[in-house]
Design a protein around this ligand. Structure first.
Ligand code: E4P
Length: 217
């Protein structure tokens, strides 16, 4: 499974990349607004840092505007994947950009039929938002299961990118269901490294070793 960082914060991303577990980055207008500064310069720096797919979302809402903005975003760096929101303009823009060889991530997906349409127009990634579904008492993971089944049945090459992840259990379930990618806030990735039994076990190993060294001396 690929792990992406869901962030527009270059320092956070740069802190995680040396671990060797990060395959890409997703951003959205909210995350880039939070980062502040020149969003195109930030996207370029993220691309150079991660050297993998970096999703950059259009803010245009009409088809031609999305296509034009998508081309401009794709021109920032070879690693850019253009993100378009699901809807008629987004689906149409995705088809056109994909025909031009530009990779597209269809975002704000909340149903398996939306994911089916994204795959039909050649999306490279589809982003179902599991946390936001859980927030309204609807199973985000049931949606992932449906999309994985549908894509498998018809051998779509679109990758299922699980988004709006709230914690490690979402990653466990996504892995069991065979999702291709999980995009996670930095805090969730940090949480994957923590386990109290690992800490207790290491402390005991080191204490036993020190005790044995003392006994020898
Ligand atoms: C994905 O591409 C989105 O940026 C993100 O996962 C949204 O997550 P949120 O629901 O925590 O805002």
């Amino acid at each position: 499974m690929k792990l992406f960082v869901d962030s527009g914060n270059v320092a956070d991303i740069a802190g995680l990349v040396p671990l060797g577990i990060i395959d890409g980055v997703t951003t959205n207008p909210s995350l880039l607004a939070k980062a502040g500064g020149d969003s195109r310069a930030i996207l370029k720096e993220i691309c150079q840092t991660v050297q993998g797919p970096v999703s950059a979302e259009v803010v245009a809402t009409d088809v031609n505007g999305m296509i034009q903005e998508g081309r401009e975003l794709a021109g920032i760096d070879e690693h850019i994947v253009v993100k378009v929101p699901f809807g008629k303009p987004g689906v149409q823009a995705c088809g056109k950009l994909a025909d031009e060889g530009i990779r597209v991530n269809v975002t704000l997906v909340f149903s398996s039929t939306q994911a089916l349409l994204a795959a039909k127009v050649g999306a490279t990634f589809v982003s179902p938002f599991v946390g936001r579904l859980d927030d309204v008492a609807t199973s985000g993971m049931e949606l992932i299961s449906q999309i994985v089944d549908i894509y498998d049945n018809y051998e779509f090459s679109t990758e299922v990118l699980v988004a709006s992840i709230r914690g490690p259990l979402h990653i466990v379930e996504a892995g069991r269901l065979g999702a291709d990618v999980c995009t996670c806030p930095p805090a969730v990735i940090e949480a994957l490294f923590r386990h109290p039994l690992t800490d207790i076990g290491l402390a005991k190993f080191l204490a036993d070793w020190e005790k044995a060294q003392g006994a020898k001396g």
